[in-house]
Design a protein around this ligand. Structure first.
Ligand code: RIB
Ligand code: CA
Length: 313
């Protein structure tokens, strides 16, 4: 099977970082054309630096890293330092990456790549707010039909919101961008909180990573030691939800996941429920299904995959 051409759009963030490591450790399945960074968990100046740091932790400075939008399409930026720490990667000892940030803007890289590569051959994997993706579609509508698939982390239905009672963070930060993506007509697979809250970083799972004995395993264990505390305190769970790696694991081992092809629309008007993903899980409307909404995963298989792949780094 040839490697799938992928652009990861990300706001590292510890869980983004694990998703990047999983992708970087899987060149046989993922031909990572580039990493475009967006403002989200922390400001863009940090997300682009963190992405380059993770490439160096994986000894993959060959992957180009781009900075995209520093803010949502129409709203002020909302960040999540309370979850990820001031750096966005609190936990391990951080360092100044040596690899350069590309001079081209990430949005332009997405447009140029989709125009250059054969139509239908590039998958977009957004792991943060959808500002870069939507901006690219607005600037170059011709690229929409050229996207193979979008596999994103975002939204919630049964799990409801994590940043407001109604909304998940990635959608809440830029609901207008999410609406543009969900209405694009592109084949979309969504990893909402409904599934990511079942992918918990329990102590044995973190220790398995630490016991790999390589720098990627130790770095990841130290990131997760920090990352899990917020959700464990909030939900009383036995670990933190490993959101973004669900996207990359789906590309590598889709059978780990199950979901339903349903209609998902985004609330962009109501102050009370702004950013809510209105998921028609029970098919009570005649709205056209537009996303594979993932609801469950084989959590043991998921962590086994991550551990096996990070052992390669
Ligand atoms: O709500 C979880 C999402 O928001 C994850 O992508 C996490 O990294 C943050 O961006
Ligand atoms: Ca993220």
């Amino acid at each position: 099977m040839t490697a799938r051409k992928v652009i990861i759009d990300t706001d590292p963030g510890q869980d983004d970082a694990v998703a990047l490591l999983l992708a970087l450790a899987s060149p046989d399945q993922i031909d990572l054309l580039g990493i475009t960074c967006v403002a989200g968990n922390v400001p863009l100046s940090l997300t682009q630096k963190n992405a380059r740091m993770i490439c160096e932790v994986a000894s993959r400075p060959d992957v180009p890293v781009f900075a995209g939008r520093a803010a949502p399409l129409m709203r002020p930026l909302v960040t999540a330092e309370e979850v990820h720490g001031k750096t966005g990667l609190d936990g391990p000892e951080l360092f100044e990456p040596k690899m350069p940030l590309q001079s081209q803007n990430g949005v332009d890289f997405i447009i140029e790549t989709l125009r250059r590569e054969p139509a239908g051959s590039v998958t977009l994997c957004p792991l943060g707010p959808l500002s870069n993706i939507a901006a690219a579609f607005q600037a170059a509508p011709d690229i929409v039909a050229r996207v193979q698939e979008i596999v994103l982390m975002g939204g919630a239905y049964f799990e409801v919101g994590n940043v407001t009672p109604a909304a998940e963070f990635n959608i809440y930060v830029d609901p207008e961008a999410a609406e543009i993506v969900l209405k694009s007509g592109i084949q979309i697979t969504m990893m909402p909180l409904d599934v990511t809250h079942k992918a918990l970083t329990t102590r044995p799972r973190i220790e398995a990573l630490r016991n790999l004995g390589n720098s990627a395993g130790t770095f990841t264990a130290e990131m997760l030691d920090f990352f899990e505390r917020f959700d464990m305190e909030k939900y009383g769970s036995e670990g933190g939800p490993l959101h973004d790696p669900c996207v990359i694991a789906y590309l590598i081992a889709p059978d780990l996941f199950t979901g339903r092809h349903i209609n998902v629309e985004i609330e962009t008007q109501s102050k009370l429920t702004l950013g809510m993903t209105v998921a028609d899980w029970w098919g009570v409307t005649d709205r056209r299904p537009n996303a594979l909404f993932i609801g469950d995963l084989d959590a043991e298989g998921f962590f086994k995959l991550i551990t096996e792949r990070l052992a390669r780094l």
